[in-house]
Design a protein around this ligand. Sequence first.
Ligand SMILES: [Mg+2]
Length: 151
Amino acid sequence: MNISFDLDSTLIPNGKEFETEKRNGIAKLLGIEEIRKGTDELISDLQRQGHKVHIYTTSFRTKGKIRRTLKYYGIKVNRIVTQTENQKVLKSRNINSSKYPPAFDFDLHIDDLKGVGIESERFDFKVIIVDPTDKNWIGKINSEIKQLTNT
Ligand SMILES: [Mg+2]
């Protein structure tokens, strides 16, 4: 499956809503962002199972900045879609939704926003909504993916 992850409040904290991986002072100076604890393991597990992992964010960070942050934690993803591209593609297809993963061939999207969950019903795409404070977020994602791939 092509699996996309949201960034803010899903993998990158917006405050102190979840525990993060260690980051040294130099990384901080270089603009490497904090990342949710366990992200590297989760993503490499998914890739080992044969899934392709992507980033799908409505933030205006550059792709380079996102790749540098992920690389610092040993994470490699296939595609990164930021808001610049998202807005352009959804507008050209006349889709009135904040996100629409099928436009980028993403089969499953993981996000913190309940609004994206509502959009997923309206526009018929698959999503897993993960609460930023959910300590078992990795377990939830893994079991929902297992259910999806077994049907
Ligand atoms: Mg978010």
